[in-house]
Each structure stands twice: as C-alpha cells, then as structure tokens.
Design a protein around this ligand. Structure first.
Ligand code: TXA
Ligand code: MG
Length: 327
C-alpha cells in the first residue's frame, strides 16, 4: 500500500511545522515528530501519556546521517548498520552534544534506526530533502503508554484518535513486534530488547552472541519495564501441557485463547490459533491480542510458546503483557 504523493507532502508539511504524523514501519507503527525540534518531540509524550524521561528512537533515511547524531561510533556498530539496515535493529550510541534532551530522556546516548519499510523510507527521504540530509524523526510505537503496539493504521486511530493529526497508511506491519535494541555505547554490545533480529543473527557480524541485558543492568528503556505491551483484559500464560486442566477450572467463564497448537473440536471459548513459527506468530500477535481485548471475555489465556531462543522476543512481549494486563 503506497500513499499518494499529496499524502507524503502533507506529512512532510506537518512534520516541518512541529506536528505529529503516525508512520508505518516494518515492526510496528510509530508516532513521529521532527527529532531536532524539542517542542514537536514534547507532543509525542503528551499524545502517548508517556513519562518524559523515556528516550525515543530517532529514525533516519540512511546510515550516512548517523555521525550527525552520534559520536565515538565503534567499528562493530558500523558493521551492524551495514548488515541489518534498513531493518528492525536499533543501535544505542553515544549522542552528539546538540541532540535534544527531550529525545534522549537526559541520557548521554541516542537510539538510531533506518527502518525497512518503503513508505517510512520515502517519507524520511522527502523530509531530509526539505530540511537537510541529516534530518531525523523521533518515533516511539504509536500506542498509549504501556498498551499494545499498533500494527495497522486502524490500530493507531483506535489508540490515539484525534491526538494524531495524520496517519500515513502503509498497510499491516510485516514483522509485527518492535525492533531489536542493541546497546553499542558500552565496551561489549548488549541486547536491551530482543526482537526479530536474534542474537545468532547478530553473531554473524560480532565476534560472539551478545548478552541479553537483565532489567537491573539496562538503562531506562520503557520496553524493558516489567509491565508493557499489555491488553486491558487480564492475560495469563499457561504451559501447553497444563492448558486442558486449566480450562476445566474456567467453566462458566468466557475466555479467549491464543494457541499455536490446534484447538479441540469443540470449545465454549473464543479460540484463535496463531502460526507455530516465531515469524508468523509475531506478525499476528498484537492484532490477535487487540481482538481478544475487544471481545467481551474475562481472561486472555496464551498457550506458552516454546522456551527456545527462536521464541525469545515473543516470550519477552508475552511476559510483559501478562504483567501489565488487567489495569
Ligand atoms: O520497532 C521499533 O523500535 C518501533 C518503531 C516505531 O521503530 N519503535 C519503538 O519505540 O518500539 P518505543 O519508544 O516504543 O520503544 C523504543 C525503546 C524504548 O524502550 C526506549 O526506552 C528505548 O527504545 N531507547 C530509546 N533510546 C534509548 C537510549 N538512548 N538508551 C536506552 N534505551 C533507549
Ligand atoms: Mg513502545
């Protein structure tokens, strides 16, 4: 799905005037503002209801804008960019002194990414043509703080309604969960948020598989809060072999079940079977959670996916969704 020329033009005009535009990316939809304009960035926090000390990712049209935003960039970080950009990988780097505090949450680092979505890239290129080659768009996921990230333009409208003047529709996000975040500002790279690009992919460029940070060692990352990505309906993760017995205890309740194995032939519950592979599952996950959240059910039950490394990013999101649900 490609927006019309006039839509891109309107989006660039809004951004140049310090206004917000929701944009499609291959991971999830983002809520974008001119990253060099602190007043514009402040509008993001207001629209999301997000605490002001949470840093934002700056989206760039190409890697040649990176040294405008970051300094002391290690060689391995350039190699990561070369290999994985445009794509679902965010690099945390030492920031240039001028980068607004509103973007970095007062930290001395900045998160940068070149997204792998043709509509996002086209917008970034046009924005750079209008403002200068080093232009960047600060964009967190386009949801209310703590809630499920949007993977379609319709989800953004549900989340933010009138607080976003324009939504650029680029169709459903292919990946479906947020980018992998790797901190390249320390001596050894550390994964702050697991995502579609897994440690073993990163190891093809780095000397070894980077560690996944524990919440104590991580700097402030709202995606690393224990409660995040959450539906309003309570959500519980139940092991595959415990699911039948658990459902016995829920008779008389209407539950929504997300499984990756086939449902029984008959069930009183709202049952949705997701693909049994991590990429397919990630692509459908947030839309399925949203759908369950809108159905009149008492409890969302997620059949726990395998505990293997391939499912790490999905298990991360599900654990935080369970912790933040029912509020
Ligand atoms: O896939 C994505 O990354 C999407 C799309 C729109 O690009 N964006 C996204 O943004 O997920 P957001 O704000 O919802 O999550 C970005 C995460 C936050 O948890 C934030 O704290 C972290 O990136 N982050 C940004 N800058 C950082 C920094 N300098 N140091 C540590 N964490 C940072
Ligand atoms: Mg988010």
């Amino acid at each position: 799905m490609t927006p019309a020329n006039a839509d891109f033009q309107y989006a660039v005009d809004l951004l140049r005037n310090g206004q917000l535009v929701a944009i499609p990316t291959e991971t999830v939809y983002g809520l974008a503002a001119d990253a060099a304009n602190p007043e514009a960035v402040a509008r993001i926090f207001a629209a999301k209801g997000r605490p002001a000390d949470h840093p934002l990712i700056v989206h760039l049209a190409a890697a040649n804008a990176v040294d405008h935003w970051a300094e002391n960039i290690p060689d391995f970080a350039w190699e990561l960019m070369e290999t994985f950009w445009p794509g679902p990988l965010t690099l945390i780097l030492k920031k240039q002194p001028w980068v607004p505090e509103a973007v970095t949450g007062g930290q001395n680092t900045v998160g940068l990414r070149v997204p792998g979505h043709p509509v996002a890239l086209e917008l970034l290129r046009r924005f750079a043509t209008a403002t200068g080659p080093r232009a960047g768009l600060a964009a967190p996921s386009a949801n209310r703080f703590g809630h499920i990230s949007p993977t379609t333009a319709a989800h953004v409208a549900e989340e933010l309604g009138n607080s976003v003047p324009f939504i650029l529709d680029g169709g459903p996000s292919a990946v479906g969960i947020e980018s992998t975040i790797i901190d390249c500002s320390r001596e050894n790279p550390v994964i702050l948020r697991p995502g579609h690009i897994a440690p073993e992919h990163l190891a093809t460029v780095l000397d070894s598989q980077p560690e996944i940070a524990t919440s104590n060692s991580a700097p402030r990352v709202s995606g690393s809060l224990e409660a995040h990505y959450a539906p309003r309906t309570p959500l519980r993760l139940i092991a595959e072999n415990e699911l039948p017995a658990f459902l016995e205890t829920r008779q008389g309740h209407r539950c929504g079940i997300l499984s990756h194995t086939p449902p029984p032939p008959e069930t009183p519950h709202r049952w949705r079977q997701l693909p049994a592979n991590p990429d397919g599952y990630a692509h459908c996950l947030y839309a399925a959670l949203r759908d369950m959240d809108q159905a009149a059910i008492d409890l969302i039950i997620v059949e726990a996916p395998p505990a293997s490394a391939a499912w790490a990013a999905i298990n991360d999101r599900l654990r935080r969704a369970a912790a933040g649900s029912g509020r």
